[in-house]
Design a protein around this ligand. Sequence first.
Ligand SMILES: NC(=O)c1ccc[n+]([C@@H]2O[C@H](COP(=O)([O-])OP(=O)(O)OC[C@H]3O[C@@H](n4cnc5c(N)ncnc54)[C@H](OP(=O)(O)O)[C@@H]3O)[C@@H](O)[C@H]2O)c1
Length: 236
Amino acid sequence: MSEPLEGRRAFVTGASSGIGLAAARALAAAGCEVALCARRLNILKEQAAALGTRGFALRGDVRDFRSMQIAADHVKKKWSAAPDILVVNAGMVATAPLAEMEPEKFRDVIDTNLTGAFHTCRAFVPDMLAAGGDIVLVASVASYATWETWGAYCASKWGLLAMARTLAEEVRRKGLRVSILAPGAVDTEIWPEAQKPDPAKMLRADDVGAAVVQAVSAPKHVSFDEVRILPASGLL
Ligand SMILES: NC(=O)c1ccc[n+]([C@@H]2O[C@H](COP(=O)([O-])OP(=O)(O)OC[C@H]3O[C@@H](n4cnc5c(N)ncnc54)[C@H](OP(=O)(O)O)[C@@H]3O)[C@@H](O)[C@H]2O)c1
């Protein structure tokens, strides 16, 4: 198998499960060294070990900027360089009618999905600018729609889309390519059990992991920009 990403170094948030883990595996299989970041260190260590010498685990909480700065410093020391691929993926779901939602829950969703993505970019992008590379942000079909009880999540993902588009405008002429992936329903742990669609109709995490690899291994003169990835079943 060809290894188009041989020698590149990727940092992936939300890599302990679902899409982040699938992206980490796919990037490693394509030849990258991968830093897997999330809060559940034991799981991360197991998953990183399964990638052999290409993976290593780093505990980080995207809600806490200091934690992301420490992660950025750590990988810079380990690799003697900043990553040249940043996958901004960590996220969570909490659903309730807005008139009933606990304010702490609403804040938690925004702090993770929106402010957490900003913290990740703010901690890594300054050093990445020197050498160039790729930033992939995992948005959602919820960045373009609204549904009852999904107000906090949709607000966080609309916000993430606005932030990601702005970042793309700010860095694209400075050597960083920004890809915004917007998957539809993916069969992962993020779904509240009562709201989860039929898994047979959903995407698999590996489908999005493969899209991450496609985005970052596209020729330098090509940018995926914004891509919706939908289940062919017709489910959003
Ligand atoms: N599944 C879908 O249908 C779907 C569709 C479109 C977009 N997405 C987006 O895809 C991304 C990944 O979600 P997923 O579906 O793969 O769900 P998942 O399996 O639940 O993964 C979420 C990941 O985020 C991490 N995470 C959550 N809070 C964090 C925090 N404060 N700091 C660091 N890491 C944190 C979790 O790890 P720890 O708990 O170990 O920290 C986990 O690794 C999310 O941004 C989600 O919004 C999902």
